[in-house]
Design a protein around this ligand. Structure first.
Ligand SMILES: C[C@@]1(CC(=O)O)c2cc3[nH]c(cc4nc(cc5[nH]c(cc(n2)[C@H]1CCC(=O)O)[C@@](C)(CC(=O)O)[C@@H]5CCC(=O)O)C(CC(=O)O)=C4CCC(=O)O)c(CCC(=O)O)c3CC(=O)O
Ligand SMILES: NC(=O)C1=CN([C@@H]2O[C@H](COP(=O)(O)OP(=O)(O)OC[C@H]3O[C@@H](n4cnc5c(N)ncnc54)[C@H](O)[C@@H]3O)[C@@H](O)[C@H]2O)C=CC1
Length: 151
């Protein structure tokens, strides 16, 4: 067990997503349910991502983009670049998640079901993300069809 499940107050945190493709978009869409305060940096950014209320920097990543960042999602499609960004972030003690390398993640994102203030977060210690999604979906279904009472 390498991961402690905690919930982090992010309302005024400086969050950066590097990458603007499919994965960055799904991370940003989930993040947008919790905050309007985040920055995206990538030379190519999807229209769905641009539609979110985040600060968009349409350019190649530079080390200076890490200035003041507290929580970092590294989501480019380039494995070597992701690794390099993680190293720069580690020097700056920034909590970092690397989308294509669980072993490099300081934190990992669970599959979330949220109902008002109740959050159910399912994780597999990064071992089996499809299982986490499956179990979250089952819990959601049981709650929404009334089989599992949460009140
Ligand atoms: C370790 C972790 C790190 C992290 O990203 O935090 C990680 C890593 C990887 N994911 C991969 C694949 C996919 N991940 C998703 C989706 C989600 N991934 C999420 C979490 C995590 N993913 C963390 C582990 C959590 C745990 O402990 O179980 C979710 C739950 C939460 C979120 O992203 O916020 C979110 C669901 C959101 C929702 O439904 O609400 C989909 C489906 C989709 O995209 O639709 C696919 C395609 C699957 C397919 O192949 O069908 C690959 C292989 C890439 C490859 O092989 O190329 C890696 C890398 C690897 O494992 O090596
Ligand atoms: N953690 C997760 O949940 C998942 C992770 N993955 C992994 O995520 C990785 C990314 O996949 P996609 O988003 O589909 O790739 P993609 O090709 O759609 O997007 C790549 C993004 O990286 C950006 N980029 C490239 N060079 C850059 C630079 N120098 N600076 C800043 N941004 C740069 C591009 O502009 C583009 O926006 C893959 O390696 C895949 O294995 C895939 C599915 C889910």
């Amino acid at each position: 067990m390498d991961y402690l499940p905690i919930t982090i107050k992010i309302v005024s945190a400086n969050i950066l997503i590097v990458g603007g493709g499919k994965v960055a978009t799904h991370k940003a869409q989930i993040l947008a349910r919790f905050t309007t305060h985040a920055t995206i940096v990538a030379p190519e950014i999807t229209e769905e991502l641009k539609a979110l209320p985040f600060h968009i920097k349409e350019k190649t990543f530079e080390a200076a983009d890490l200035d003041g960042v507290q929580l970092l999602f590294v989501c480019t499609g380039d494995h070597e670049l992701n690794h390099h960004i993680k190293e720069l972030a580690a020097e700056r003690h920034i909590l970092t998640s690397v989308c294509d390398d669980p072993a490099q993640c300081d934190f990992i994102s669970p599959a979330i079901y949220r109902n008002d203030n109740l959050t159910i977060a399912v994780g597999s210690d990064s071992r089996d993300v499809k299982r986490s999604i499956r179990v979250r979906n089952r819990i959601k279904e049981l709650i929404e069809n009334g089989t599992l009472q949460i009140d």
